[in-house]
Design a protein around this ligand. Structure first.
Ligand code: IDP
Ligand code: MG
Length: 151
């Protein structure tokens, strides 16, 4: 069992469309543990760091403008295999190619408005968690059903 943490964010379109509860519920009902949660409108500096890997792509400035345009729900989820599982729950980057049953497959149509972000690996998860959260904003707790979990 590899206990992991990943960074997930509901983008401004997800917030504006009233999808917060729907999206949070996908992770909660799957069985992952919420260890960080806050709402903020990201600064340009934060957005540019977060999407730094895409800085030479033609969509970069539009992406930064969009992600800074309104409130985002930033989250850290913890669990066994949560990094890859969150990407599966989220679905493909292009919502029209995302499988039904995934968040993007069920809730989005446009690549530039694909409602959610999730870290794509353990290095990016560490980087993004540290970028978006202070250590004291993350809560260590033990769900009372933890004893049911088996290898
Ligand atoms: P991901 O969010 O599935 O990890 P990335 O390739 O890392 O996808 O791209 C980051 C975000 O940039 C995407 O979620 C999407 O919002 C946006 N994006 C990616 N490719 C394009 C594009 O070709 N046009 C417009 N926006 C794009
Ligand atoms: Mg990505």
């Amino acid at each position: 069992m590899t206990l992991e943490r990943t960074f997930v964010a509901i983008k401004p379109d997800g917030v504006q469309r009233g999808l917060i509860a729907e999206i949070l519920g996908r992770f909660e009902t799957k069985g992952f543990k919420l260890v960080g949660l806050k709402q903020l409108t990201p600064s340009k500096e934060l957005a540019e760091k977060h999407y730094g890997v895409h800085k030479d792509r033609p969509f970069f400035s539009g992406l930064v403008d969009f992600i800074t345009s309104g409130p985002v729900i930033a989250m850290v989820w913890e669990g066994d295999g949560v990094i890859a599982s969150a990407r599966k729950l989220i679905g493909a980057t292009k919502p029209l190619e995302a499988e039904p049953g995934t968040i993007r497959g069920d809730l989005a149509v446009n690549i530039g408005r694909n409602v959610i972000h999730g870290s794509d690996g353990s290095d990016t998860a560490d980087f993004e968690i540290n970028l978006w959260f202070q250590e004291n904003e993350l809560v260590d707790w033990t769900p009372s059903d933890q004893e049911w979990r088996v290898e």
